[in-house]
Design a protein. Sequence first.
Length: 614
Amino acid sequence: MNKKMLIRIFSCAALLAAAIAIPSDIWWIKLISFLPAYLIIGWDVLWRAIRNILKGQVFDENFLMALATVGALIIGEYPEAVAVMLFYQVGEMFQDYAVERSRKSITNLMDIRPDYANLEADGMTKKVTPDAVEVGSIISVRPGEKIPLDGTIIEGFSSLDTSALTGEALPRDVSAGDTALSGCVNLSGVLRIEATKTFGESTVAKILDMVENASNKKAKPEKFITKFARFYTPIVVISAAFLAILPPLFFGGDWKEWTERALIFLVISCPCALVISVPMSFFGGIGGASKQGVLIKGSNYIESLSHVKTVVFDKTGTLTKGNFKVNKISATGEYSEEQILEIAALAESFSDHPISQSLKTAYGKDIDSSRVTNVEELSGRGICVKVDGKNVIAGNDKLMNEFGVKFTACLEIGTVVYIAVEKQFVGYVLISDELKVGAKEAVSSLKAQGVDNTVMLTGDSKTVADSVASALNIDKVYSQLLPGDKVDKVEELLGTLPKGSKLMFVGDGINDAPVISRADVGAAMGGLGSDAAIEAADVVLMDDNPQKLGTAIKISKKTMGIVYQNIIFALGIKFIILILGALGFANMWLAVFADVGVAFIAIINAMRALYIKD
């Protein structure tokens, strides 16, 4: 705690006790006795009030406290004036302490910023700041050190603690050729890493920037509190003035009594409990989610997450691993199975699609691209090329029907690439994907959090899509969709949502960027720090685990619960004590509790958002 403030508090308390002990009924002697204690504890409040008035910022808590205590001195309530300022400062000190503890907790959760990098140059290693390292430079990371920049490991074997990024405690083994992300902690062997990004573009910098700027995106309750405080304070000042003037003027009441009630009214009315605790609740929720590997880009998304009733999934890379493998090759007889695979690999040789990659991997030989000409990709259907001068069509059943090719349909589960040469069906390749670990549990956890409708969108065949949806207990599935169809389907689903409900789309953050942008909440599987995911989505799951979707919604609901608890508690207590103060049943001590005590309780409650568990 602030040592200077502690000295001021104890000095004021001693001078207040001494002033109370002075036996005198002469007003100016009493004023001189209490004034040193008042000035020691309250000079900064008075100065801030005067300074803000000169800047045109009249109605704030400093003004209210200065007006109330100076007024108390004027009407001769000297002990009360000093005591109110004393307890106000004690309360402020504890509030500051609670706020600082909250900030430190969040800082500790996000303590991933590296302090230095071990840069190798001219046969020597020297410590430099991470932003001084250029792309292509070689850095070394010893056991116990944080990886300062994103890069590729060129030498060494170790285990990395990725918990600061993903929330997962299980270390990840890495060796030469693997990617190393900034913010991870090296646990064992020495690693030599070639930097692939500058510090400003690294994963750790993007995450820190996102968390630090999350407060710029305010939820409705935050916006309400800001507007509320702007109008509330002038209203209570005017009300206090009416309370001091009107009853004595029109009903013959005692001026001193009603002035004292008005001053008590002012102390009670200070809105700091709301102004501080509500934003802190949201900030705590963001920090608590970060601890578990869920990055939420603003308090507005926490609010939206708490109202999600429909979750729409992309299939590949979200619910499935996206690691396609060739499981079967069928040939009609004109070509062998090896030739069918060779034709398919050549046809898909210019594509980076996962299906194409799996075909080239299964082929396993160097591809002579000079054998392939006239490449034409047909979105959502397949590809048309010339292989060795012959027209080849490789794609799904839609493509075969489009070109009038008679083919034998594959009834097995998986993605089928049909092959036709000179419009004659020659065979197919069956490629299948695996369900992601935790995908089924993710759907169950969403339903446990009140999600009414789960939907899957995919470009795969109806057979494959229905099989995956059935295995995961997904409510609705739409298959054989082109990329543009996904946006249209999300638009359609948005139009059917009940009022107040929100739709979340979950994708890989790259191919699904248009749909992520259109949804009320866009969530991306971060792939342990995918740049595109961090840029595109409102919510990023840093460890690619779909089960964290339920965690995100649970944290958002509990955070919103804490926000509304603070709003109701602060306004309720203040309203009751304001009435008691106006009727003469509340003294300055109760007024101090209504201000400082309520604020402190609300802040402590807000800090709970940091520690919400899955």
